[in-house]
Design a protein around this ligand. Structure first.
Ligand code: NAD
Length: 733
């Protein structure tokens, strides 16, 4: 058993408990860790020589990164047929340890305890902040890089080791809501001004020791353990508190559309907890936490957004070749994408040679970094030094000879195979023979484009999404001849710029666009059928899609839709299935309703381009039918068209790993994150039901819903996708 916690008592009677998980760069809490902490707290409380306790971390720059998710997996496993009781009991044991720290040996009259201070050398997240919240005073190092907070909600759970109850009682429900409901993280100074921690200091360990020696009995009684405690901002039945809860409830439902169980459960825990004494509130929190942990959505979100996202970022699918870190990247084309790729590369400290047809165009692309950093400076997110550092890494040019020192090229010129081929050949005349050439094309086959290269094994697709600086997913596409070093180079580059990669094989629209286009098309098809447009849009949002299909076309523009439709039709010939969609799209284009950029599309826009209501002129051409489908029917059409493409991509070998299919769907196009992604959603539905539903949809609406052989096969055996294709690490919670 590894020793995560150690205790040392000094001559003055301060017991320092140091958390230092062996072999990890940041502390993570395990079952053994809890047991050790519990034992050492008992020891220090019982030792008469100990006057006060300081809990700190042995890691440079951090207190703890969170909980080992296997803790919950173990609790669930131990429960056998009754996981709920086992999880609830496990959580209550954690509460007992933290409550012991908080009460620190005091009796019912708050007499006789020992002061316990917590020292945060830096980052303190999740359980790594819930433990400090149970201590009597929190001292943080003045470390602006540190992140402090409770980000659990971002992965589909909520702070369930007392963080929810303690923070809402400490700050009041209203002030706690950005930290609990949005998972907002703060640096130490901001955390102090928000009331999350007590002190920011140069030498927090020394200050904490001094504090425990000087603390008075009243200093160690938490407000909620003192007589007459009132929740800041008012408890639920107080007039002010009432308004808070009404507002919070509306906000949660508005933001989550009711599909994220964690936010609602957390709000219930805060509301119900506020009505009862503290220890009962912890029990309520534990019940809601158990409820969330047992919801399949939470397990799926943790699996995709935490475990698998991290695994992919760490190179789960990286070929075993030596380090391919990028030193100098050549970006070709300084348009919208090229400028964004330049920005994220320079921000990661990579030298960039940005080339366009004219020096002026290249400089314009470079100026994007300057204006982005200026905005950051105005919002105090960046500094003039950081701006200068980024700009000093970028060389804008129209001279191919400047690309000579590049070890990676990312091409983002016009979407025209001829232009791309010409540029590729010119570049290869100048770069060294080891240089990897990547294209950012969104529609052209990589294998075809690679023909322009003399060394096609060094040719690859690196597909960014727009806007590059915001979108976290990067799709890496292997052409037929692409070699392993090119894949490793692309993955190392994506890691340097801190994005999440998926690696797919070459096929029309790769993975993300392949799935999102049918979603848009299904929405448009329904318009043509007379389905109420508001029903289409709301059905999408109520099932967790960030944008309805019609809003999405408006954002990406109708003319892009026309362009893609024409190109796809030319490539597919008679097999082209989307005539009904084109009718609507071409008509919209003829009407000049090109989307948001034209301030007219499926929606109306005001003069400033702000989206208004759905355009009522649509009904004149496509009247709303008397009989409308049910909400679920519309939702199933919109989701099944996407997930069936994902299944086909897997069946055809375009996707090689369902983890990439799920993570890529959420980060790439916002596929209902609560579901954990398309494959997780099919697993939640159950493959037998999913296959049956395909048959019904196919009969009602056509072959695009035909059940893929793979899903049929799995449905017959009742097998889940993660059962058959899951990677070594399974869902932990
Ligand atoms: P853009 O029109 O904004 O920029 C293209 C740039 O390439 C222009 O600055 C142009 O001057 C330059 N260029 C054209 N020919 C050149 C040449 N021969 N030599 C040097 N520079 C040349 O286009 P964009 O939206 O940035 O798209 C670029 C590429 O990225 C395309 O392949 C596109 O399919 C792909 N892509 C676009 C998006 C998107 O949302 N816009 C998303 C993913 C991928």
């Amino acid at each position: 058993m590894s020793q995560d916690f150690t205790l040392q008592t000094d001559a003055e009677g301060v017991a320092t408990i140091t958390w230092d998980t062996p072999g990890k760069s940041m502390n993570v809490m395990s079952i053994e860790g809890f047991q050790q902490l519990d034992t050492l707290i008992d020891e220090a409380l019982a030792d008469e020589a100990v006057k006060g306790i300081v809990l700190t971390s042995g890691k440079d720059g951090s207190f703890a990164g969170g909980m080992d998710l296997n803790v919950i997996a173990k609790m669930r496993e131990d429960g056998g047929d009754d996981p709920a009781s086992s999880i609830f009991d496990g959580i209550m044991q954690i509460h007992a340890i933290l409550r012991k720290i908080e009460r620190a040996g005091m009796d019912d009259k708050n007499k006789g305890g020992k002061p316990i201070a917590c020292v945060l050398p830096g980052t303190a997240l999740g359980i790594g902040f819930e433990i400090p919240l149970a201590c009597h005073r929190i001292f943080a190092a003045d470390n602006p890089k540190a992140k402090i907070g409770l980000p659990e909600i971002m992965v589909g759970i909520f702070p369930g080791a007392g963080g929810t109850t303690r923070l809402s009682r400490k700050l009041g429900a209203m002030a706690a809501s950005p930290f609990l409901l949005e998972g907002k993280l703060s640096d130490p100074k901001k955390a102090k001004s928000a009331g999350l921690i007590d002190e920011v200091s140069e030498d927090p360990l020394a200050d904490a020791k001094a504090w425990v020696l000087a603390a008075s009995p009243a200093d160690i009684v938490k407000p909620w353990d003192a007589k007459g405690y009132k929740m800041p901002g008012g408890a639920p039945y107080h007039p002010a508190g009432f308004m808070t809860f009404v507002g919070a409830s509306a906000m949660v439902n508005g933001k989550t559309k009711g599909v994220y169980p964690a936010a609602k459960a957390m709000l219930s825990a805060v509301y119900e907890g506020a009505l009862v004494p503290f220890d009962t509130a912890l029990k309520i929190e534990a019940r809601w936490f158990t409820n969330v942990l047992l919801n399949p959505s939470s397990s799926a979100m943790i699996r995709s957004l935490f475990i698998n996202k991290e695994a992919l970022e760490k190179g789960a699918n990286r070929p075993d070749v030596p380090d391919q870190k990028v030193k100098t990247v050549g970006v070709l084309g300084a348009g919208m994408m090229g400028a964004g790729i330049t920005l994220v590369s320079a921000m990661a400290g990579i030298e960039v040679v940005l080339l366009d047809q004219s020096l002026e165009a290249a400089e314009k692309g470079k100026a994007y970094t300057a204006s982005y950093m200026d905005k950051g400076i105005a919002r105090k997110k960046a500094t003039p030094e950081k701006k200068d550092a980024a700009l000093s890494l970028i060389t804008a040019t129209d001279d191919y000879a400047q690309l000579a020192g590049c070890d990676l090229i990312v091409e983002a010129v016009f979407e025209d195979p001829k232009v791309k081929a010409e540029v590729t050949q010119k570049v290869l005349e100048h770069v060294g023979e080891d240089c990897i050439f990547a294209t950012n094309t969104s529609t052209l086959p990589i294998t075809e484009l690679a023909k322009a290269a003399s060394n096609p094994e060094q040719f690859i697709g690196i597909h960014f999404f727009s806007p590059v600086e915001k979108m976290m997913l990067v799709e890496i596409i292997k052409g037929k001849p692409t070699g392993t070093r090119a894949v490793a180079k692309a993955l190392d580059f994506v890691r340097q710029i801190r994005k999440t990669p998926i690696v797919v094989n070459d096929a029309r629209f790769f993975y993300a666009n392949r799935c999102i286009i049918p979603y848009i098309n299904e929405g448009i098809r329904m318009v043509a059928e007379g389905v109420e447009p508001a029903l289409i849009e709301n059905a999408a949002k109520l099932v967790g899609m960030p944008l309805g299909p019609l809003q999405l076309v408006d954002e990406t523009s109708i003319d892009l839709g026309v362009k893609i439709a024409k190109a796809t039709k030319a490539a597919m010939g008679d097999a082209y299935p989307d005539g009904a969609v084109d009718e609507v799209v071409f008509w919209m284009a003829d009407e000049g309703r090109l989307g948001r950029k034209a301030k007219a599309g499926f929606y109306d826009y005001d003069d400033k381009g702000k989206r208004q209501l759905l355009w009522d002129g649509l009904a004149a051409k496509y009247p709303v039918a008397d009989a409308q489908p049910s909400l679920t029917e519309v939702q199933h059409r919109l989701l099944f068209v996407q997930v069936l493409e994902a299944v086909r991509a897997l069946e055809e070998g375009v996707l090689e790993d369902i983890r990439e299919g799920d993570v890529g769907a959420i980060l790439g196009w916002g596929f209902a994150p609560w579901s954990g992604g398309p494959f997780s959603w099919l697993d939640i539905l159950g493959t037998p039901y999913a296959a049956e539903r395909c048959d019904q949809l196919a009969e009602a609406y056509g072959d695009r819903f035909a059940c893929p052989a793979l899903l049929r096969d799995m449905g017959e055996d009742g097998e889940g996708f993660y059962e058959r294709f899951g990677a070594p690490q399974e869902a932990a919670a």
